[in-house]
Design a protein around this ligand. Sequence first.
Ligand SMILES: [Zn+2]
Length: 97
Amino acid sequence: MKNSIRGEIHTVDGALIIIAEINKYQLWRLITAEIMDDMGANNFTFEAWVNNEADKTALFDNLKLYVDKWGGWIDWHQCTHDEPTAQPCVIEEEYRR
Ligand SMILES: [Zn+2]
C-alpha cells in the first residue's frame, strides 16, 4: 500500500517548483498534468504516491504552502493501486484555500 497525495493548484508557472518539492521524496509514481478549469484558468494537477506515512505527512504539510500561495486544494489517501486487488480510494484529509 502507498500513500497518495493529489492536488490541483491554481498556477502553471509554479508547477516546476511544486514538482521539485515532490521529487525530494522517494516516489512510487508521479502523474502531473495541466488542465483548464471552469473559469478558463490553467491549473497544475498531480498525483504523487510515496512509500510511507512519514513522507506523506511531511510532503502534505509542505505542499500546503503552495496551496496558500496560489490557491487550490490537496488531499491524501492510503492507496492500494500498487496491489493486485485494488480497493476504492477513500480520501482521508483535504486542504483547500
Ligand atoms: Zn488511490
